[in-house]
Design a protein around this ligand. Structure first.
Ligand code: C2E
Ligand code: MG
Ligand code: MG
Ligand code: MG
Length: 281
């Protein structure tokens, strides 16, 4: 009986696993072509200073419109890209260049300089040419380095690969800012904050969403804000979805907020129309 069940299980699951692996390979192949096929684009989400209500920064988020599947979320395709070093490096370079091009065109249009925050994969950080590419891109688009911020996840900063810390320091020496993304979800060793030139902490959404729930999320958020203040880091709350959360964060002196309450990520033209006004205009 058990034996037969086992066999049935194998018969049932093997084709399913096979199908998933095949789907994954196919999607990976599609992703390799997506860049040249013009299926990738950038969306922009505002970051708001809680004291003034002003938009002070913008996070750049990659979008893939697949010809058959429609929108494929980055949480699905970034891991696929990361499986192939060259693909992830090419995507990452494209994102940085397009984001910088956009920042330059907004400066040329007379809009005030916004901090542009770009997500970076560990695969990119491992690339020995990464720092040079960042420097060359800033020079090409004549952007002040401190207008660019790179978001590195907490788990990335905790993985010790040879040279990781050196690379983060080299980026900082360019004048580019460093944010810790998804803060609070790593292994909660804070030693890297002491050793690395970090400028900003982004409190992970999982805490921000649960501020009103009455559990541990609110005290954790408050502790992160206080720690950020003592270390002179800017603290940004991610995933702010309602007025009560925004009010709570303001009352607890969080610096900035980002989330659907202010805006979902938008295409460049919509972001410009909604959030950018010419200086003096
Ligand atoms: P992340 O960097 O932590 O980005 C924040 C994510 O939360 C984005 O999802 C954003 O659309 C979403 N979000 C913003 N406000 C809210 C809110 O109020 N509520 C909720 N529920 N979600 C909100 P998205 O765009 O799907 O990106 C997911 C992740 O994919 C990003 O997380 C980042 O880790 C990765 N990613 C996106 N673009 C890039 C990229 O260009 N390069 C790399 N390496 N990773 C990227
Ligand atoms: Mg991010
Ligand atoms: Mg995040
Ligand atoms: Mg994330």
């Amino acid at each position: 009986q058990a034996k037969r069940q086992g066999r049935n299980t194998i018969r049932f699951f093997a084709p399913e696993m096979h199908r998933r692996a095949a789907e994954r390979r196919e999607l990976q192949g599609d992703l390799r072509k997506a860049l040249e096929a013009g299926q990738l684009s950038l969306h922009f989400q505002p970051q708001v200073a809680l004291d003034s209500g002003n938009v002070v920064g913008v996070e750049v988020l990659l979008r893939w419109h697949h010809p058959q599947l429609g929108a494929v979320p980055p949480n699905r395709f970034i891991p696929l890209a990361e499986d192939n070093r060259n693909v992830m490096i090419a995507l990452g370079r494209w994102v940085l260049e397009q984001a910088s091009r956009q920042a330059r065109s907004w400066l040329d249009a007379g809009y005030p300089a916004l901090r542009i925050s770009v997500n970076v994969s560990i695969v990119q950080l491992r690339d020995e040419h990464f720092t040079d590419h960042v420097r060359a891109t800033l020079e090409h688009f004549r952007l002040p380095p401190d207008q660019l911020q790179l978001e590195l996840t907490e788990s990335l900063l905790m993985t010790e690969f040879k040279g990781a810390a050196d690379r983060v320091r080299a980026i900082e020496r360019l004048g580019v800012r460093i944010a810790v993304d998804d803060f609070g979800t790593g292994y909660s060793s804070l030693s890297y904050l002491k050793n690395l030139p970090v400028d900003e902490l982004k409190i992970d959404q999982s805490f921000v969403h649960n501020i009103a729930a009455g559990g541990n999320a609110a005290p954790i958020v408050e502790a992160i804000i206080r720690m950020g203040q003592s270390l002179r880091l800017r603290v940004v709350a991610e995933g702010v979805e309602d007025y009560d959360t925004a009010r709570y964060l303001t009352a607890h002196n969080c610096d900035c907020a980002q989330g659907f309450y202010y805006s979902k990520p938008l295409p460049a033209t919509d972001f410009e129309r909604e959030f950018l006004r010419p200086l003096g205009g």
